[in-house]
Design a protein around this ligand. Structure first.
Ligand code: GLV
Ligand code: MN
Ligand code: MN
Length: 419
């Protein structure tokens, strides 16, 4: 298909804004934690848009949503695209959403242009790309790729102790079986995810499109620290086994592990820190800490994880605090498919849009889709590289570029069935 597509950016921007208003917080803050009321309402909105666009819907036991534009040749595996609509606490409106609503507009634009695909085109809205509820990111795509064993999924608990099974049944997914979520081999011909960059490079270099060649290796640790609580006035300092202070020292060790790894790609964050009982005149007896550590090289990431785990053990021993440490995930980096990367670059060339190959430091469902089929990502700039904040922003023109590149890439990969 050689005709350029016409993207209705006003309609798409209106839909992005409408989705942003479905939030657990007041505007401009977007919070949509897995299976919250806001998440369920947002899913309903996306289903409505997909139906309106003439796509055929299916949902699996994990809540992954599939919206298919059937191809002319039913024997061919679909070409897939998609992203997520859940949002971490205090997020913005573009992370994930551009890849879902943008894909719907890409399909609508191709349809308006009279295109009929030979391979089906399928939009996947993945469940819980964000780790907020269960501590582990990319829940839906991990299950699709078969990377998260079902026993491990069954053991997941949220901070209130609720299980994935309990929550998915409450969300109306009880009729679907979690055991059937894993994709069969060759389910898809390709996967291409459109996303905001979540970093500053495209904006700094004034390049409108990034094409992802590699996704960095993420990992998450969850620690439960049990010390001894007591009266803040009466308990003398030598007697203390303060769980918060052990956690605080561990957080500093995470920072050290990143700074001393020898790689400028190492990033370590202690993003969750809860204490009990949480009273100003009481020594903290328990702390729950979650640590995110990433690097583009697996060996560097793994060495840093080991260093953090050894430090945590030594700190807790010295402070007389009991430590329970769990590696929630420690994933390998993903290499994108060179042929797909070239296809996206060719489309950018055709549209006269400058493009650069990039590494994604953020993780995405593409990390796991890369285990299922050839995968790449299309990045667009975001202001100041800001993400996971309410002031996250990409302009309508930047989004239109990304959706146009996505639409033409999908059309190339799916091939024309009939005009
Ligand atoms: C995704 O949200 C990430 O944390 O990289
Ligand atoms: Mn995110
Ligand atoms: Mn995202």
């Amino acid at each position: 298909m050689n005709r350029p597509v016409h993207i209705d950016i006003d309609r798409l921007q209106g839909e992005i804004d409408a989705l942003a208003s479905i939030s657990e917080n007041s505007p401009p803050v977007v919070t949509r934690v897995l299976f919250s009321q806001a998440d369920l309402q947002a899913r309903a909105y996306v289903k409505h848009l997909c139906q309106e666009a003439g796509l055929t819907l299916r949902e699996d036991g994990a809540g992954n949503l599939f919206a298919r534009w059937p191809g002319a040749d039913l024997n061919l595996p679909p070409v897939a695209t998609g992203s997520h609509i859940d949002a971490i606490p205090n997020a913005g409106r573009y992370d994930g959403v551009v890849g879902v609503l943008g894909a719907i507009e890409a399909c609508r634009a191709l349809k308006r242009g009279g295109f009929q695909p030979r391979h089906a085109i399928e939009l996947i809205t993945f469940t819980a790309e964000e780790p907020t509820r269960f501590g582990i990111g990319c829940l839906g795509s991990r299950l699709l790729a078969g990377t998260l064993p079902l026993e491990k999924a069954a053991a997941l608990r949220d901070p209130e102790g609720r299980s994935l099974e309990e929550l998915r049944v409450a969300a109306g997914l009880g009729a679907h079986d979690l055991r059937q979520v894993r994709l069969a081999p060759q389910s898809y011909a390709a996967f291409v995810e459109l996303h905001i960059e979540q970093g500053p490079l495209l904006e700094l270099e004034k390049v409108p499109i990034g094409v992802v060649e590699k996704i960095a290796a993420p990992s998450t640790l969850r620690l439960e620290l049990t010390g001894v609580g007591g009266h803040a006035g009466a308990m003398l300092m030598p007697e203390r086994h303060d769980a918060l202070l052990a956690g605080a020292e561990i957080a500093l060790a995470v920072e050290q592990a990143a700074l001393a790894s020898g790689s400028s790609d190492s990033v370590g964050t202690t993003g969750v820190f809860r204490i009990e009982p949480g009273a100003v005149n009481s020594v903290p007896c328990r702390a729950w800490v979650e640590i995110d550590f990433r690097d583009t090289q697996l060996s560097t990431r793994d060495a840093a994880l080991k260093r953090i785990e050894d430090s945590a053990a030594a700190i807790c021993k010295r402070r007389g605090v009991a430590l329970r440490l769990e590696r929630l995930n420690a994933d390998a980096p993903a290499a994108c498919d060179p042929h797909l990367v070239q296809t996206v670059l060719d489309v950018c060339g055709e549209l006269r849009l400058a493009a650069k190959k990039m590494i994604s430091r953020a993780y995405h469902d593409s990390l796991f889709m890369a285990q299922v089929c050839p995968t790449t990502m299309i990045f667009i700039p975001c202001r100041g590289g800001v993400s996971h904040r309410p002031d996250e922003y990409s302009s309508p023109a930047q989004i239109r570029n990304g959706v146009e590149v996505l639409a033409l890439t999908l059309a190339r990969l799916a091939g024309a069935g009939k005009e």
